[in-house]
Write a protein that binds this ligand. Structure first.
Ligand SMILES: NC(=O)c1ccc[n+]([C@@H]2O[C@H](COP(=O)([O-])OP(=O)(O)OC[C@H]3O[C@@H](n4cnc5c(N)ncnc54)[C@H](O)[C@@H]3O)[C@@H](O)[C@H]2O)c1
Ligand SMILES: O=C(O)C(=O)C[C@@H](O)[C@H](O)[C@H](O)COP(=O)(O)O
Ligand SMILES: [Zn+2]
Length: 367
């Protein structure tokens, strides 16, 4: 077991990462400050719940907690105001009070949605993240919680930190291969923005990562969590540095919204977006080889780097205008300078972005 601290003053918390952690979940809830005999609302989805919810509930009840559960349909479409309201209804009917807490058992969809419930139920109750996907090494850390609006990703949300992240790597064994690949996009993102050596390590160990080899995966997730924790510790509310975690997301979020949530998985859309950012970089004077190197890393992880022909450039550009970094008619891009270093570039010309999205389509893609 290893602990990585997210240092945020009185909102600091540990990421507990390792094997067999769910057996000790009641003790960890105690450490997180949830009083024994209080009610815990466990939110999960209908793929994760059959695998892990009964075991988790039994351990929590053995530890003296009352457990209420709410199971949402798996997939991005559940990150909606409708599903948010349904979870709230469960919380109210179960009589959750200010000593209660919400536990998110699942991937980023469950974590973002349940976190937004925790942030807003009675103006905020306790929250614990129990990530079960590779991608959720990113989503469970840092306190961005949200649901989507049909026009734009994560548009309705809050910054609300969990009291703890309990990352039991044993749960990853049941992940479908497509979600393994999608999660690896955010893993390599952490290397691409801040750690050159780690980015190359991911490419070199791609086969082990894709086959969920425990040592390689454990190392990659610890490194990814540590990089994320450092950035969040520096800039919790994205006044500056934290924006670098958005590499690939300006285009990626637009692809998700235009395609319909769930058509492309988040990591897939972000992978195409990271290829796009490297094309923007080339147009701003960085070497073309940076694009080729980025693509070689993404394709080693079997991630997409091109956009299907049916996506309209106009639609993508329009969706981008809803990006949270879009200010006064100017689009901000996180642009790679080299592998392991990026710049935040405000006011990238629309004509440049149009060309890049067109180029992403041109390659022709099986996706
Ligand atoms: N808050 C943040 O900082 C942040 C960061 C990155 C991504 N996100 C968000 O996270 C979401 C994507 O997260 P995700 O990829 O984890 O999606 P997800 O929660 O939909 O999980 C992916 C799929 O895997 C299934 N699954 C989860 N764990 C499983 C397991 N252990 N075994 C078998 N199946 C399992 C789920 O049922 C789902 O079908 C997006 O909405 C994205 O916007 C948020
Ligand atoms: O934590 C962050 O900050 C990130 O940007 C991490 C991203 O991977 C994540 O997808 C996040 O939800 C995007 O944030 P948003 O503010 O652009 O919605
Ligand atoms: Zn992301």
């Amino acid at each position: 077991m290893r602990r990585i601290q997210v240092s945020l003053g009185e909102r600091s918390y540990p990421i507990v990462i390792g094997s067999g952690l769910l057996d000790g979940i009641a003790e960890l809830c105690g450490e997180a400050g949830f009083p024994v005999r209080s009610s815990l609302l466990v939110v999960s989805d209908n793929s994760v719940a059959p695998l892990y919810l009964d075991g988790l509930t039994a351990k929590l009840e053995e530890g003296g907690y009352k457990v209420v559960t709410h199971i949402i349909p798996a997939g991005e479409a559940s990150k909606s105001l409708t599903v948010y309201e349904e979870v709230m209804t469960t919380a109210i009917k179960a009589g959750l009070d200010r000593h209660s807490a919400v536990l998110a058992l699942g991937g980023g969809v469950v974590g973002d949605l349940a976190g937004f419930v925790a942030a807003t139920y009675m103006r905020g109750i306790g929250f614990l993240q129990i990530p079960t996907t590779i991608l959720a090494h990113d989503s469970s850390v840092g306190g961005k919680v949200a649901v989507n609006h049909p026009l734009a990703k994560n548009m309705i949300g809050a910054f609300y930190q969990p009291k703890m992240v309990v990352y039991d790597l044993d749960t990853l064994a049941t992940l479908p291969p497509r979600d393994v690949r999608s999660g690896l996009a955010e893993v390599i993102k952490h290397g691409l923005i801040l750690d050159r050596e780690f980015a190359y390590w991911c490419r070199e160990h791609a086969a082990e990562l894709l086959s969920l080899q425990p040592e390689a995966l454990g190392y990659a997730l610890e490194r990814g969590c540590a990089i994320k924790a450092d950035v969040v510790g520096e800039d919790e509310r994205e006044h500056g540095l934290r924006a670098i975690l958005n590499l690939g997301h300006t285009i990626g979020h637009a692809i998700e919204a235009v395609g319909g949530y769930g058509t492309f998985l988040h990591g897939e859309a972000i992978s195409i977006g990271m290829a796009g950012s490297a094309l923007v970089a080339a147009k701003l004077g960085r070497p073309q080889s940076l694009y080729e190197e980025t693509v070689s890393m993404l394709t080693a992880l079997e991630l997409p780097v091109t956009l299907p022909a049916q996506y309209s450039v106009d639609d993508i550009i329009e969706a981008m205008m809803h990006d949270k970094k879009f200010k006064e008619g100017r689009i901000t891009f996180i642009v790679p300078d080299e592998i392991g270093a990026v710049s935040i570039v405000e006011g990238v010309e629309e004509s440049v972005i149009r060309e890049v999205v067109g180029q992403l389509k041109k390659e022709g893609s099986p996706w």
